[in-house]
Ligand binder design. Structure first.
Ligand SMILES: [Zn+2]
Length: 327
């Protein structure tokens, strides 16, 4: 908490450019509370300009809802789901929306709202939010892992975001099994290709296609006209469907193996796991813990705390807001 010493509210605008949604929020950095927010679906097929327009309007709406103007905010922080230049002033491209090539997003937003603007990728922003306001409060070194549609991460080392040359903490694309399934990144065997929501949905659909009549997965899949997703797969796992149990166990065991590898590399005080799939923490955590017990080198056992996110979805916006404070 060394960066913000006053107790007066300090409002900033935060943006989260995600693949499926665009979110804007007015954040009081002093309390870590969101005073107003708005979420819109990403117009993914209409290029960067459409996304930008929707987001700037959402920002203006959020200020208006709170009875604020540009003069009442001290800065803008942006989380962006895609690679950016090393100085974090240019988006190189979006993983989800076309035409973002080499776009100076923070400068553009800064001109619009007439305040300084800062940007980082979504993994780093979420890690920052969770460390400052969530489960990681007070930690010196922390790894944040987000298990949602994809698997992202961010690393706090010595109370700073560790960025390497700009691509640090690509936890989702650590190889956990040689010749494993194909990943969205273009190689095989990434933890994302086994534990992410999209990967579980892929495996779930394949299992459903072969599922015997009367099985839980077949029944649930039929009810959804074949639209098997990770949530449904976990529901089938809870009901004891043999194929679902195997896929979920495999995915979250590989997640645990990756966490074990990261712990052995970094020796952090804490690993926080968040994201949509952690709504099934009661299913995920025992499998991660079992993998840690098996795959952590003995000297690392019972050393790093592995915790569930405390912010449940607001960590990215809160972390984006904190980018205005020099993190
Ligand atoms: Zn990958």
């Amino acid at each position: 908490m060394e960066k913000i010493k006053n107790t007066q509210p300090n409002y900033v605008l935060a943006f989260d450019f995600g693949g499926t949604k665009l979110a804007a929020a007015l954040v009081d950095l002093t309390s870590g509370e969101i005073a107003a927010s708005e979420t819109q679906a990403t117009p993914a097929n209409r290029g960067a300009e459409a996304s930008l327009k929707v987001m700037l309007q959402a920002g203006a709406d959020v200020l208006e809802k709170a009875g604020f103007t540009n003069k009442d905010i001290s800065g803008v922080g942006i989380s962006f789901g895609g690679p950016m230049s090393h100085d974090r002033r240019h988006v190189l491209r979006s993983l989800h929306v076309s035409d973002w090539d080499d776009f100076p997003l923070p400068d553009y937003v800064s001109k619009t709202f007439n305040v300084p603007a800062f940007m980082d990728n979504d993994g780093n922003a979420a890690a920052l939010g969770e460390w400052y306001y969530g489960a990681g409060r007070g930690m010196t070194d922390m790894l944040y892992v987000q298990v949602s549609t994809g698997v992202g991460a961010g690393l706090i080392l010595d109370r700073r975001v560790f960025r390497g040359q700009g691509l640090a903490a690509e936890f989702g694309h650590l190889t956990v099994t040689a010749d494993g399934p194909m990943c969205a990144c273009g190689k095989r065997g990434c933890v994302e290709s086994l534990a992410a929501g999209w990967a579980m949905a892929r495996s779930g659909k394949e299992a459903y296609a072969k599922a015997p009549a009367g099985s839980v997965l077949k029944t649930l899949g039929d009810q959804a006209a074949g639209a098997v997703d990770a949530k449904m797969l976990i529901e089938a796992d809870r009901k004891g469907d043999a194929q679902a149990v195997e896929i979920v166990k495999s995915g979250f065991t590989y997640l645990g193996i990756s966490v074990a590898n990261a712990i052995a590399l970094i020796d952090p005080q804490m690993v926080v796991i968040g994201g949509g799939l952690t709504r099934s923490w009661d299913v995920m955590n025992p499998l991660v813990q079992a993998a840690l017990a098996e795959y952590l080198p003995p000297m690392f056992r019972n050393r790093t705390r592995v915790e569930h996110s405390q912010l449940h979805g607001t960590e990215t916006l809160l972390g984006a807001a904190l980018l205005t404070q020099g993190y």
